[in-house]
Design a protein around this ligand. Structure first.
Ligand code: 5GP
Ligand code: ZN
Length: 111
């Protein structure tokens, strides 16, 4: 059993308000939203940080970009736009050590 909170979401051990899911990725609403729409997109594969991405993950993370496009279309953010953020390690403010991208939007971001 994993100690990783996002692996627990992948395994269905803890609930998440999911926007979309496929074989490789899940998008779900952040529990403490920092914008009108704040969604997290994760690969189901446990990759701890941005710096742990390996050559073998390149195609997976390419597809993650297309998954993000689908998520933003589902949430009607695709035309007006959005922001994609990765926080990497301590200085980046990373709290959960399972690679994830923050999708922020639904409004003009003031920050
Ligand atoms: P980080 O700082 O690691 O980039 O961001 C982690 C994000 O995960 C934070 O924005 C935090 O609110 C969110 N988060 C932490 N635990 C949970 C959880 O159990 N469920 C959901 N939906 N979001 C979480
Ligand atoms: Zn994990």
């Amino acid at each position: 059993m994993s100690d990783c909170i996002f692996c627990k979401i992948v395994d269905g051990e803890i609930p998440a308000n999911k926007v979309m899911e496929d074989e490789e990725f899940i998008a779900f609403h952040d529990i403490h939203p920092k914008a009108k729409v704040h969604v997290l997109v994760i690969p189901k594969k446990h990759i701890p940080t941005f710096m742990d991405i390996q050559e073998e993950d390149v195609a997976l993370l390419g597809r993650l970009h297309l998954f993000i496009q689908k998520v933003t279309k589902e949430l009607n953010m695709d035309e007006k736009g959005f922001r994609v953020i990765n926080n990497c390690k301590d200085h980046g403010g990373q709290e959960v050590y399972h690679l994830h991208y923050h999708i922020l939007g639904g409004e003009k971001l003031a920050f």
